[in-house]
Every structure is written in C-alpha cells, then in structure tokens.
Ligand binder design. Structure first.
Ligand code: ATP
Length: 243
C-alpha cells in the first residue's frame, strides 16, 4: 500500500492499571475497507476512540498519522474537520433526537429524505420519527449510516454496524458500506462477526489489546474462526506490566 491514509504505529493505551491497547500498528489506505475483528472486550472500540480523539483515550505511547500528519494530540473536532468520523456502537448520545434533525446536523440545507433513500429507508415512514427505542436495531443502524454517508468522510470508523440486525438488513448495510468505500471513503470496520471481514479489502484480528494477525480477509477470517491467539488464553485484556 502506498501512503496510507491512516497510519498507526506502536500505540499503547493504559487505563485503570490495564493495558487496553498494546503495541498496535495498523494502516488503512484511501478507499479501502479494513475490517477489525475480535471478540468482546479485546479493545476494538478503544482503538477507534483513540483514533477519533475521544476524551480519556489519548494514547500513552505511539503515534497516529492521518494523511502523513500526526493527529494523536489533536482534539476530536479538529480530527472531524480533517474528515474522520465515527458511527458509535451505542448511539445513546443522540437518544430522542428527531431523525430529520439527526440527518441535517450542521447542514440545515441538506435533504434528509434523500439521505434516508440512500440507505433503503422510506422517507415518509421515518422522517417524523425519533432516534429512540421505537426504531428497530437495523433501522437505527441504517439511519446512523445515512448520517455518516452524508458527511462524505475521508475515514469512517464504523463500530459494529451489523450488531443485532437481521440478515436482510445485513445485506443492506454491506451494500451501503461498499458504496461508501466506492465513493472514496476509507473504512475501519469494527465487528465481532466474521462475515463482516469478508467484505473487507484487508483485515486484522485483535485479541487482548493486540493485533494478532493482519492480512487478506480470507486468511484473517479463517484465523478468527479458529481463534488461534498466541498472546492470551481467553484473557480479555493484559494487565499492565510493571516497567
Ligand atoms: N476508559 C476505560 N477505563 C477502563 N477500562 C476501559 C476503558 N475503556 C474500555 N475499557 C475496558 O477495555 C476493554 C476493551 O474495551 P473495548 O470497548 O475497547 O472492547 P471491544 O473490543 O470494543 O469490545 P465489544 O466487542 O464488547 O464492544 C474492556 O475490558 C473494557 O471494559
């Protein structure tokens, strides 16, 4: 890969005496889907939050570069301005916001109906709804993806876009993620579902805060299925080692 859009080197994150991220190195190219697979609690979301610049996730070691520029000390809003966006695993922060408003945040001139159509949702059915528990999981994921697409980000961090959704919705989400990639967005696709790895151009598997294998999606998915982790034996995270 020439000149990756996102380049992470030697990233370490320690919190509450635990090493949540341990020597993470990862590169994602422009217009590439990179799947980050791993079981519960292995550090996928923590890594995404470090890249996005969320409060409390500044790395203790290592660097994050975006288009060659160090971004690990920039605040979240500056990273967003550079074109990085994240779809949250738990979009609780937008609970109760009208769908129409959610899809035009910061862009009052935008057409929310067109945004819904792009993710296969009928505008007449959803524009009057709220982002709350009356939306099904799959509907909510699609509304969330519609908001990401609308931003046309250079890098989208998608945290479990397929969590809790049915097979039909999964097909829709796969289609939308591919469209995002085809429009030039680099995607870091976080999932614990092996089949999401298959839609990627490259993949990595995390375990215990480390990346234990990177390569072709087929290779990583096969490894993930077998879960041959050389670093841990079912431990969720590695305790911080004394210096
Ligand atoms: N700020 C924090 N302070 C202490 N521990 C944290 C913090 N953030 C995350 N953790 C812990 O770090 C580990 C990794 O969490 P993370 O959310 O990154 O995992 P994940 O791979 O995304 O898991 P899942 O698939 O279950 O969402 C978990 O054990 C979690 O409890």
């Amino acid at each position: 890969m020439t000149d990756p859009l996102l380049q992470i080197r030697g990233l370490r994150l320690e919190r509450a005496g635990r090493r949540l991220l341990d020597d993470i190195s990862l590169a994602v190219g422009a217009g590439e889907i990179h799947a980050l697979l791993g079981g519960n609690g292995c550090g996928k979301t923590s890594l995404a939050k470090s890249v996005m610049g969320c409060d409390g996730y500044a790395p203790d070691r290592g660097e994050i570069r975006f288009v060659g520029q160090r971004i690990d000390t920039l605040p979240l809003h500056e990273r967003a301005r550079l074109g990085i966006t994240m779809a949250w695993q738990e979009p609780a922060r937008f609970e109760g916001v009208p769908v129409r408003e959610f899809l035009t945040l910061g862009h009052p001139e935008a057409d929310p109906a067109e945004r819904l159509r792009r993710v296969g949702l009928a505008p007449w059915r959803y524009l009057g709804r709220m982002l709350d528990k009356t939306l099904s999981g799959g509907e909510r994921k699609r509304v969330e993806l519609a908001a990401v697409i609308a931003l046309a980000p250079r890098l989208a961090l998608l945290d479990e876009p397929a969590a809790g959704i049915d097979l039909r919705s999964l097909d829709e989400i796969v289609r939308v993620v591919r469209e995002l990639r085809d429009a030039g967005t680099a995607v870091l696709l976080i999932s614990h579902r092996e089949e999401m790895g298959r839609i990627a151009d490259r993949a990595s598997q995390m375990c215990g805060g480390r990346i234990i294998v990177s390569g072709s999606p087929q290779h990583v998915a096969a490894q993930y299925r077998e879960h041959h982790c050389v670093y841990c034996d079912g431990e969720l995270t590695h305790d911080t080692q004394p210096a």
